[in-house]
Ligand binder design. Structure first.
Ligand SMILES: Nc1ncnc2c1ncn2[C@@H]1O[C@H](COP(=O)(O)OP(=O)(O)OP(=O)(O)O)[C@@H](O)[C@H]1O
Ligand SMILES: O=C(CO)[C@H](O)[C@H](O)COP(=O)(O)O
Length: 414
């Protein structure tokens, strides 16, 4: 919340930009999709001879028309968080860029609607510190959860914070950067759902669950082909991280509202190359403002091979499945796609059979996929489900702000 206007006897804050007429005390006023609250504050002006009662009206408005909506995205390093973030920000339009004029090694990305902060910035131990103590970055002891909680809470309440920066180039903790409250804050990294206090601040959470075989294939592709690492060093790094990954990162998926699980295909027997993928979108039931996507008929169990006259498929083809299930004791709906698209423009055929995808117009999923066709995973379920989750987040955000705007207006009527 930010104080936007002050009226009556004392001009405490002449820089306020709203000019709403002040009328009753404790009135809540609707402003478009957001809301402002007027409060009468009484105080005493003292001089040497007397003490005079005075009051001011403070009109407090939520930043950008609402409290910041907070989204958590958890995954191990190299599992597609950045790619997902770029798809998500594209749904909202506008480019995502590092803070202007700031640290060139900042991990933050800011667009008109979203600010994405990387939780690596809450490492309490730098690279040398972790080496000295013999802990990995995945170990909670290498991270400052108190500060993470305080700062995410402050941003959610509309307050700017000075967030530290972990510099991946130097391995050091750099001076902090100012993060102003955006409409949507995404906290991405290793531990967005590890600490219960932080978890409770999330309006929606996603876990990218990349199986070991696929993680290995992606690591080889990036770290060997693009960064010149050896096969042995990649294997060693995955092995060294595994115990802490299993202990501290992987268990977070039980808390996620949506999980994108990426596995080797089942269409090619014995395949573990990681090129053709089986991708599952696991969606929790009963999450406020989130209605799981379905194929053909909500709640049924469906198996669908869309290949034929309307969808070109080369070997090994494409198979969709959909149905209800349980996941860590929670009711979920699972949509699965195994295989890959030959022609993205034909995706409209698949899109037209999916419901609850939160598009604003017919073909929006296909349009988004075509727009970002050079992103990794654009020809398979990773890209498709990341795009759909991006649209669901936009929908959730719009419903959340609409509900917050409605509450105070109704309170006034009562
Ligand atoms: N859907 C995908 N299909 C194929 N490869 C992918 C996919 N997503 C990511 N990758 C591969 O994994 C690499 C890492 O992806 P990305 O940078 O999005 O992950 P990250 O989780 O942000 O990584 P880090 O935490 O290390 O910065 C990419 O360069 C690409 O090679
Ligand atoms: O798991 C990670 C999250 O991205 C990194 O390994 C961790 O942040 C440490 O970074 P670096 O290897 O650059 O010191």
């Amino acid at each position: 919340m930010a104080i936007c206007a002050v009226y009556t006897t004392t001009q405490l804050n002449p820089t306020c930009s709203f000019s709403t007429p002040a009328s009753k005390t404790q009135t809540q006023l609707g402003f478009g999709l957001g809301f402002c609250q007027k409060q009468q504050v009484v105080f005493y002006k003292r001089s040497q001879s007397n003490s005079r009662r005075a009051s001011v009206s403070l009109i407090t408005c939520s930043a950008g028309g609402q409290e910041t909506v907070v989204i958590g995205l958890a995954a191990d390093s190299g599992c597609g968080k950045s790619t997902f973030m770029r798809r998500l920000t594209s749904v909202f339009g506008g480019a995502a860029e590092p803070p202007k004029g700031g640290n060139p090694d900042s991990n933050t990305l800011i667009s008109d609607t979203t600010t994405v902060i990387c939780l690596d910035d809450y490492h309490s131990l730098d690279r040398t510190g972790r080496k000295e103590k013999g802990v990995t970055a995945l170990d909670p002891r290498a991270n400052n959860f108190d500060l993470m909680y305080e700062q995410v809470k402050a941003i959610k309440e509309g307050k700017a914070v000075d967030k530290p920066i972990y510099n991946h180039v130097s391995g050091l903790l750099d001076p902090p950067e100012l993060i102003k409250p955006p409409k949507i804050l995404v906290i991405e990294g290793l531990h967005p759902m590890y600490d219960q206090r932080v978890r409770d601040l999330l309006d929606f959470s996603i876990y990218l669950d990349i199986s070991n075989e696929v993680k290995f294939a992606w690591k080889i592709q990036r770290d060997m082909a693009e960064r010149g690492h050896s096969l042995e060093s990649i294997k060693a790094s995955i092995e060294a991280r595994k115990p802490d990954f299993d202990a501290y990162i992987d268990p977070q998926k039980q808390y996620a509202d949506a999980v994108i699980e990426v596995l080797p295909t089942q269409l090619i027997p014995g395949d573990n190359e990681g090129k053709v993928l089986r991708v599952r979108l696991i969606m929790k039931e009963g999450v406020k403002f989130f209605n799981p996507v379905y194929l053909f008929d909500e709640g049924s169990t469906i198996s669908w091979i869309p290949c034929g006259r309307k969808l070109t498929c080369s070997y090994p083809g494409i198979k969709f499945t959909y149905g209800p299930d349980t996941y860590f004791g929670n009711e979920v709906s699972v949509l699965e796609m195994d295989g890959q698209f030959d022609r993205l423009d034909e995706l409209i055929y698949v899109e037209s059979h999916l419901s609850n995808i939160s598009t604003k117009f017919y073909g929006e999923v296909t349009q988004q996929m075509l727009k970002l066709s050079d992103f990794p995973g654009s020809n398979n379920g990773t890209g498709l489900f990341q795009t759909i989750v991006g649209l669901k987040i936009r929908d959730l955000f719009e419903q959340l702000i609409a509900s917050k705007a409605k509450t105070p207006v109704e309170a006034t009527k009562a």
